[in-house]
Design a protein around this ligand. Structure first.
Ligand code: BG6
Length: 487
């Protein structure tokens, strides 16, 4: 893993936008507070608003006040604000980017170009940077999702960036890869022989990945209705979790080693098409219901919405991975908005014992489970059977939990926000936590096939009440395989 210690010119295009104010500046504050920003690192904000340097600083000061919970350390705030430089550029005017030449100093600092804007502006920004001749081989570029809405549009975006930057200069963000517990999947799997040696079809029956959100769409109708839960959550976040759970051990922790293994998993996904979609996918859309005891409107009744939309807000999928390790081991994915609770977890369901010596008392022994709680309440649990203490007749068994709660085990450690970790890794020049172009390509290819099958069958999504665990059909998806969701 490369550990670049040089200072940076961290340049944010679209610096006055939501992402920058809500996520990037709070993360920069925490990095500065932890002493992880080089003294000479600067933050260069680029936007088209005619504001002065003082007004810019006042805006960012206010963002820190609003978006950081807990008391601010004024010394850190002042240190961070002293790093700021505002540059006015109309982002769609490539001729204006020379304004950056007078400020950016690539002899002293690494140039990081963070595109915190809609992908429709990427082309102009790249053209502007190229025209100003500031893209050296050391410069880096950061882009956010959505990277397209299908394979073709994602390729267009990647081509636009690829004309100016090489793949090893590009950092594609999937913020799930910055979450503490998502990266802990690597530690669990590859630092513990108990798991490394028991991680395939010989011992595992099936895997469940749930990313349930309690929030509905709440004002994001415009974007969400064009995307839907499959594009918004599965193509990126759930696919990333799935590849980390399913991949072969990488040779080391370098970006290229991880990318290669993740791509192999994506190549092995069995396609879902018109022929098998009925058996493998459940699509849902929430209607009105109750969340935390409060009545909430259905998706179609949300303000500003289209009452005839057939966009899905829930999806459950049986994924088959056609390789040796996962032969006959389905991965069940489910994700939805307006669900019963916010919960993201991976559940590894182990196989039943081949022979039951307790058969006189227990016809079936419930198999072991490894539950990896990604958020909230981060932790790891192992469900196992124990003998109930006592000297009565026979052996009584009890289901018990080995429970490692992060908040208890690491009580003095603050769990960093995903963006803190990701920004730090970009500054260090490590691509481990970022998504390679081939991953984007493979996952869109697989997702497009599902979208096409949906379009062909033309069936509307199944309704589910807000505040529930999704349509009944999602229970049936597992029940027909003799399994049930972890509740
Ligand atoms: C985003 C999606 O990528 O992830 C949102 O666009 C979703 O729709 C969000 O709400 C969930 O992120 P987190 O970190 O809250 O689980």
């Amino acid at each position: 893993m490369s550990k670049d210690k040089r200072p940076c010119d961290f340049t944010i295009f679209g610096v006055l936008g939501d992402l920058s104010r809500r996520k990037l500046f709070p993360a920069l504050y925490q990095l500065d507070r932890a002493g992880l920003l080089h003294d000479d690192t600067r933050v260069i904000g680029v936007a088209r608003h005619k504001i002065s340097q003082d007004e810019f600083i006042a805006t960012i000061r206010q963002s820190l006040d609003t978006f950081i919970t807990g008391p601010l350390e004024q010394e850190v705030v002042e240190r961070l604000l002293a790093r700021l430089i505002y540059v006015l550029i109309n982002l769609d005017a490539p001729g204006e980017y020379h304004a950056l030449c007078e400020i950016i100093d690539q002899k002293q600092r690494v140039l990081i170009n963070y595109f915190a804007v809609a992908p429709s502006l990427f082309d102009d920004i790249c053209a502007g940077l190229a025209r100003a001749d500031i893209v050296t081989p050391q410069a880096r570029v950061v882009m956010e999702k959505p990277i397209g809405r299908d394979l073709a549009s994602s390729e267009e975006i990647n081509d636009v960036i690829g004309r100016v930057f090489n793949e090893d200069q590009i950092y594609r963000i999937d913020h799930y890869l910055g979450k503490e517990t998502v990266m802990n999947l690597l530690a669990l799997r590859f630092a513990n022989s108990i798991f490394t040696a028991n991680w395939d079809h010989n011992t595992i029956d099936h895997v469940q990945i749930t990313v349930a959100e309690q929030v509905g769409i709440e004002g994001r109708w415009g974007y969400f209705d064009q995307a839907g839960q499959l594009r918004d959550m599965v193509q990126n976040h759930l696919m990333q979790i799935l590849t980390l759970v399913a991949m072969e051990p990488p040779v080391n922790l370098r970006g290229d080693s991880l990318h290669n293994e993740k791509i192999k998993v994506l190549k092995a996904l069995r396609p879902i098409t018109m022929e098998n979609i009925e058996d493998k996918v459940v699509r849902g859309q929430y209607n009105s219901g109750f969340i935390k005891g409060k009545a909430v409107p259905g998706y179609l009744d949300e303000k500003g919405g289209n009452p005839h939309s057939s966009t899905e807000t829930f999806v459950a999928i049986r994924v088959d991975i056609d390789n040796w390790r996962w032969a006959d081991v389905p991965f069940y994915l489910r994700t939805g908005k307006a669900m019963a609770t916010k919960r993201s977890e991976v559940v590894i369901n182990f196989k039943q014992q081949p022979h039951n010596i307790f058969a006189d008392s227990y016809r079936h022994l419930p198999p072991n489970k490894l539950i990896i709680r990604l958020q909230p309440d981060e932790g790891v649990e192992i469900e196992m059977l124990n003998k109930e203490p006592g000297i009565g007749e026979g052996v009584r068994l009890q289901r018990t939990m080995l429970d490692l709660s992060f908040s208890e085990a690491f009580a003095n450690e603050r769990i960093a926000d995903a963006y803190e970790r990701l920004i730090l890794e970009i500054m260090r020049g490590s691509q481990v936590l970022f998504v390679h172009r081939d991953e984007v390509k493979r996952s869109w290819t697989w997702i497009d096939s599902i979208q096409e099958a949906w379009a062909q069958c033309g069936e509307p999504p199944r309704p589910y009440p807000a505040g529930s665990w999704g349509p009944v059909a999602s229970v049936a998806l597992l029940a027909k395989d003799g399994r049930e969701w972890e509740e």
